[in-house]
Design a binder for this molecule. Structure first.
Ligand code: AR6
Length: 175
């Protein structure tokens, strides 16, 4: 599904973050060291190749809520924006830290003139953030940022499972 807010399209689809050829940037649900890992980070580093970790190393460590940008290396995308989400139950306030991830990612995208960006559901895997709560934070933050975005025109949420897609579609519908 797709919905428009302040001239920006927000789209939800099921898929893999490494197969978003038509987006200029993809977002990594990273770890503080910007190394490969499980989930999204593992998939991104595998697809991008070892040069990605090499390029990212001088930018590490990052704190929860922060974002940094690298090239996409072997990915079909020009850029990877690496965000460190909160570990649910540990990094507090979780909602504010998660909102900061989305805001900081969009800020970097604006600075680079990026028109299209694909996000995974940051923190909802290994970091344990409940999907529905995380989706509310993600969409409300993006919609609030909407009027100030001059470059970004398309924001895609790539959900790994059909269940996560359904939750995101329901929450986006209510926005
Ligand atoms: N494409 C899209 N979504 C995916 C993919 C994929 N290839 N793989 C998993 N997901 P996670 P986090 C979903 O764990 O919670 C890493 O090891 C997954 O189902 O990737 O922020 C890092 O190194 C979930 O809904 O990120 C960090 O240490 C969502 O993406 C830590 O995990 C996020 O899951 C980050 O944990």
């Amino acid at each position: 599904m797709e919905k428009e807010f302040s001239g920006i399209s927000i789209e939800c689809r099921q898929g893999d973050i490494v197969n978003q050829e038509d987006c200029e940037a993809v977002v990594n649900a990273a770890n503080a060291q910007l190394e490969t890992g499980g989930g999204v980070a593992g998939a991104i580093h595998r697809a991008a190749g070892p040069e990605l970790a090499k390029e990212a190393r001088p930018l590490a460590p990052i704190k929860p809520g922060e974002a940094v940008i690298t090239s996409g290396q072997k990915l079909p995308n020009k850029y990877v924006i690496h965000c460190l989400g909160p570990v649910y139950g540990r990094d507090k306030p979780e909602n504010e830290i998660l909102a900061a991830c989305y805001r900081n990612a969009l800020k970097l995208a604006e600075e680079k003139g990026i028109k299209s960006i694909a996000f995974p559901a940051i923190s909802t895997g290994i970091f344990g953030y409940p999907v529905e709560e995380a989706a509310k934070v993600a969409f409300s933050t993006i919609i609030k940022e909407g009027p100030s975005l001059k470059q970004v025109k398309k924001i895609r949420f790539v959900l790994h499972s059909i269940q996560d897609l359904e939750v995101h579609e329901r929450i986006l519908e209510q926005m």
